[in-house]
Design a protein around this ligand. Structure first.
Ligand SMILES: NC(=O)c1ccc[n+]([C@@H]2O[C@H](COP(=O)([O-])OP(=O)(O)OC[C@H]3O[C@@H](n4cnc5c(N)ncnc54)[C@H](O)[C@@H]3O)[C@@H](O)[C@H]2O)c1
Length: 255
């Protein structure tokens, strides 16, 4: 192992789920700038195709395939396509997420299952599908999930989402311990409110300003500010970091 501190991702292959827009798109484009080849998964392939095109402009290989993280067969197919095309997987970024905020008393069982499946079950089975290949091939890689600040502190109108993101945090710690002997690191990034399509509607609501008062830095995050944390965790600079949840929240959870 080199004693140089390096954030370079050249030669590494990274999977990003939900890469068609928002934070996932920014992670993919930033990783491409740092030299990674990208396998991009999304339910809407045309969107992730566009992201792949932008990644290739940085001189790296990038492919987009259909992926529904709530469907285990779709996960296996996607991981096999990635392996057959690139011959390795160094990092997987479980970014796909979904929320539908409402009072806890109003949620149906179907909504519970869907929000849990996209945010938690999908991240779990994508992680195991990739780690199985990494372990078999002796690859010292990284598994990274996008949690949320409400996965750390909880929040109103987000009970199922916050629970699922909390589960992602516990998954992160547990898999980190289990896969440390294989030199696979497992970490999560927990963003505050970030300017993406997922947040677009909420920002329009005049009540949204109240959220800013809870962020000591006084503003929401931009997608590239989340991507920066991912580059670190996927890079050799973070080889000794595992089982951690890095909140990128302008101080929201520090209060
Ligand atoms: N935007 C925020 O304020 C914020 C804050 C904290 C955490 N997060 C988390 O960051 C991640 C990215 O969020 P975003 O704001 O960019 O959201 P977004 O809605 O803009 O993008 C989410 C992406 O996930 C994809 N996706 C959703 N369900 C999927 C499925 N079943 N299979 C495959 N892909 C699927 C969507 O197609 C989309 O490309 C999510 O995990 C979200 O929970 C976002």
């Amino acid at each position: 192992m080199s004693d140089e501190v390096s954030f370079d991702l050249s030669g590494k292959v990274m999977i990003v789920t939900g890469a068609g827009k928002g934070i996932g798109k920014s992670i993919a484009e930033t990783a491409a700038r740092y030299g990674a080849s990208l396998a991009l998964g999304s339910r809407t392939v045309s969107e992730s195709e566009e992201t792949a095109e932008q990644c290739r402009a940085h001189g790296v290989k990038a492919k987009a395939w259909h992926l529904d993280v709530t469907d285990l067969e779709s996960i296996d197919r996607f991981v096999a396509q990635t392996w057959d095309t690139f011959g390795r997987i160094d990092s997987v970024v479980n970014n796909a997420g979904y929320n539908s905020p409402k009072p806890a008393l109003d949620y149906t069982e179907d909504e519970f299952d869907f929000i849990s499946d996209v945010n938690f079950k999908g991240a779990f089975f994508m992680s195991t599908a990739c780690a199985r290949r990494m372990i078999d091939a002796g690859i010292e890689g990284s598994v990274i999930a996008i949690s949320s600040q409400v996965g750390v502190v909880g929040g109103p109108l987000r009970s199922i989402y916050a629970s699922a993101k909390g589960a992602v945090g516990q998954m992160t710690r547990s898999l980190a311990v289990e896969w440390a002997p294989h030199n696979i690191t497992v970490n999560a990034v927990a963003p505050t409110f970030t300017r993406t399509p997922l947040l677009e509607q909420a920002i329009k609501n005049p009540d949204f300003a109240k959220n800013l008062e809870k962020i000591p830095m006084g503003r929401i995050a931009e997608p590239h500010e989340i991507a920066g944390a991912i580059i670190y965790m996927a890079s050799d600079a973070a080889r000794m970091v595992t089982g951690q949840i890095l909140v990128v929240d302008g101080g929201y959870t520090a209060v």
